[in-house]
Design a protein around this ligand. Structure first.
Ligand code: ZN
Length: 93
């Protein structure tokens, strides 16, 4: 899947007029990206691993890829379930 507003080359260092989405891809219009929430794990030396949520603005192809992997949170209820330990997690299950 390609998005005409997105370069596929993250090594493109031309920054004039560029907007870099959270995924690292360059987009040319902030509305061509999408706001997403991602299921994540965080950790520190005291609490160890714990569930977290990352809010980000991704290009559409990267958001689609995360969605296909089941890593996106689409509703507040899914976010609550994830953070309370009830959400899907393929790595830690
Ligand atoms: Zn991207």
């Amino acid at each position: 899947m390609t998005n005409p507003d997105t370069t596929d080359d993250r090594t493109d260092k031309t920054t004039k007029g560029a907007i870099f989405a959270s995924c690292g891809h360059k987009i040319y219009d902030i509305s061509s990206g999408v706001d997403i929430r991602i299921r994540e794990w965080d950790c520190d030396a005291i609490s160890g691993f714990r569930r977290s949520v990352t809010y980000a603005h991704y290009c559409q192809p990267c958001a689609d890829m995360l969605g296909a992997n089941g890593d996106l949170i689409e509703t507040d209820e899914q976010e609550d379930d994830w953070l309370s330990g009830q959400g899907t997690d393929d790595e830690q299950a």
